[in-house]
Design a protein around this ligand. Structure first.
Ligand SMILES: Nc1ncnc2c1ncn2[C@@H]1O[C@H](COP(=O)(O)OP(=O)(O)OP(=O)(O)O)[C@@H](O)[C@H]1O
Ligand SMILES: [Mg+2]
Length: 234
């Protein structure tokens, strides 16, 4: 596999008076193109901060992050915004959908941000929303809304997809459908996926499981992917 994302000696430090808190503490990490990476670890261990640094939403205090040929830690705000718009997709726990547009219109907004047009209908199929395309957002369940937000992110055909607790608020059935959509997108488009979860079962869908504690990576193990349908939930 091809080396794609590389973090070298990354620190993210917050100062509180004279105290320094290393929320990321000398993180070194290589992620290959097309990998599904799952990040686990206790609350406050730095998972979201790590995601934010790789996606350029936050800046390391020290260290270097390379994505493809770009050293993004040298980018200014303008370059970072362009980088995010062109290459990244995000799924958060809250969906941030546009309430006055229907399902299809919400998804199309993703593809309008970029040049390389994707087949919207194909994406709607991947997230299994064909039956709902003309519905308004307030007519959907939480899981359906989360799938719209995945579809919207996928409509950009992002090179990297960041998923911070994508199934945190969902029941097992719905959660597994969401994970299926992510794995399908990875297979279809080769999207590199970085997924944060508190659910140890979910970690089994990945190629690698990375465990964080107190700002450091304390474990990084290879994993043979288990189908979302077959994982043990919870
Ligand atoms: N703006 C900030 N100022 C000071 N400390 C911060 C700030 N943002 C985050 N932190 C601290 O950084 C640490 C890591 O936060 P982070 O959000 O990365 O944790 P996490 O692993 O994602 O946790 P969770 O599982 O609860 O989402 C926490 O202790 C948090 O209090
Ligand atoms: Mg977090």
């Amino acid at each position: 596999m091809k080396k794609y994302i590389e973090l070298s000696n990354v620190y993210r430090t917050y100062k509180n008076g004279k105290l320094r808190n290393n929320v990321l503490n000398k993180v070194n990490l290589v992620i290959n193109k097309g990998e599904i990476i799952v990040i686990i670890g206790p609350s406050g261990s730095g998972k979201t901060t790590l995601l934010n640094c790789i996606s350029g939403l936050d800046k390391p205090t020290k260290g270097k992050i390379k994505v493809g040929k770009d050293i993004i830690t040298r980018f200014d705000e303008k370059a970072l915004t362009k980088f995010r718009r062109k290459k990244l997709g995000f799924i958060f726990q809250t969906y941030n959908l546009l309430e006055n547009l229907n399902v299809k219109q919400n998804i199309e907004i993703g593809s309008k941000l970029v040049r390389n047009k994707v087949d919207i209908n194909k994406i709607i199929e991947i997230v299994d929303l064909s039956k709902h395309i003309t519905k308004n957002i307030d007519e959907l369940s939480g899981g359906e809304q989360q799938r719209v937000s995945i579809a919207r992110a996928l409509a950009k055909k992002p090179e990297i997809m960041f998923c911070d607790e994508p199934t945190g608020a969902l029941d097992e059935d719905t959660g597994k459908k969401i994970l299926r959509a992510l794995v399908d997108a990875n297979n279809e488009y080769g999207t590199t996926m970085i997924i944060v979860t508190h659910n140890p079962g979910i970690s089994k869908i990945g190629d690698r499981i990375i465990k964080m504690n107190s700002g450091s990576i304390i474990e990084d193990v290879n994993n043979k992917r288990v189908k979302p349908e077959n994982i043990v939930w919870g």
